[in-house]
Design a protein around this ligand. Structure first.
Ligand code: UT7
Length: 333
């Protein structure tokens, strides 16, 4: 019997209208455009403004766009996975809320928490569901409203993050297209370097935790930077090696957009030139689980059937990894 693989057959995305530029940040904290650009690559980030709007509200247009492009109705979705660290609420899952908002009445779904690697973990999980032969249409969303957990008085973190959502549709392929291999890692000993201190069962919310800003992101930047450079580059390189590929075989690197210097280090290790690297950090900042699907959304028209692409990420946890995908379609321009 022929093996079923999980092909990406459609992409959708959404970023909010409001642009938080470096110039605006200069009026809020002690920073400057030159420092932010040279240390991170970020020029502006999108922020979801408006009362009552949450992560699911960015997922809705992303998934509806994906359905429209593929010519399917939300009712046809079998399963929907939302990778996020900023769910609408701790429970029920954002996937549940999303299914209701878009009318995906025949889907089951769940949230997946793996920080910036969430989309890769979700893609691997969703692929396994399709490869099993049991599910025909699985949607994987990476979405985060980082502005909900950023402390805009902390200049070491608030310059980095933005809001957004990206989504892909996975369907069975009989000709080997789609997700070919994934090398994923988790190391909980990294938990103290990038995390939210309170709000979980370890330290429930209290007046003290709110006053101490413990519901915001805490990051030890340099520690994470060093681990990210090594983790993302090693994973991408090892993935190439075990698939007997070199940088010459790869059409695109689709890296998590945390810091341009981390992306450059990964591309160098893989032997890839800059023109093969998707980069939108300057426009969106670090949207956590959304960075990789947003790159696919932005570059969709430049992807061609048969292109081998490597998706790579590193994030809180620590979590990291790389995934090899063979692109399954050409987009009519
Ligand atoms: O997506 C999840 C994974 N996260 C990451 O991959 C992020 C990894 N880390 C980083 O990207 C970088 O560590 C940062 C961008 C967060 C910081 O860059 P850095 O080159 O590691 O800077 P640093 O923390 O070593 O700080 C250098 C200097 C310090 O001043 P002194 O002590 O040298 O006088 C900081 O106080 O830069 C100062 N600084 C700033 N200056 C202007 C820190 N933040 C700012 C700022 N504007 N926003």
């Amino acid at each position: 019997m022929q093996k079923i693989t999980a092909a990406i057959t459609s992409v959708g995305g959404y970023v909010p209208e409001y642009r938080l530029t470096n110039a605006i940040l200069e009026t809020m904290i002690d920073t400057n455009d030159e420092w932010i650009k040279s240390r991170t690559g970020v020029e502006e980030r999108r922020i979801l403004k408006g009362e009552g709007l949450a992560t699911s509200d960015m997922c809705v247009p992303a998934v509806l766009e994906l359905c429209k492009k593929r010519g399917i109705l939300p009712e046809e979705i079998d399963c929907l996975i939302v990778a996020t660290v900023t769910p609408d609420m701790i429970f029920p899952s954002t996937a549940n809320i999303l299914c209701d908002k878009i009318g995906a009445v025949n889907a089951w779904g769940f949230d997946l928490s793996a920080a910036c690697s969430g989309f890769l973990f979700g893609l691997t999980t969703g692929s396994a569901l399709v490869e099993s032969g049991r599910y025909k249409k699985v949607v994987v969303v990476g979405a985060d409203k980082m502005s909900a957990i950023v402390d805009y008085t902390d200049r070491t973190t608030c310059i980095l993050f933005g809001d957004g959502a990206g989504a892909v549709l996975l369907e069975p392929s009989m000709d080997g297209m789609g997700v070919k291999d994934s090398l994923l890692k988790s190391d909980g000993s990294g938990k103290d370097f990038l995390y939210m201190k309170a709000g979980g069962s370890l330290k429930p919310a209290s007046v003290e935790t709110v006053l101490a800003k413990e519901h915001c992101i805490y990051q030890s930047g340099q520690h994470v930077f060093k681990a990210a450079v090594k983790g993302m580059a090693d994973a991408a390189f090892d993935l190439l090696e075990r698939n007997h590929l070199t940088g010459d075989d790869i059409a695109w690197l689709v890296p998590h957009q945390a810091n341009k210097r981390i992306i450059d280090a990964t591309a160098n290790r893989m032997g890839l030139s800059q023109d093969k690297v998707m980069l939108n950090i300057q426009r969106y900042g670090n949207t956590t689980a959304a960075t990789i699907p947003l790159c696919l959304w932005d570059w969709e028209k430049q992807l061609h059937k048969g292109d081998k692409i490597v998706l790579a990420a590193f994030g809180g946890g620590f979590t990291w990894g790389a995934t090899l995908v063979e692109w399954a379609y050409d987009t009519a321009s």
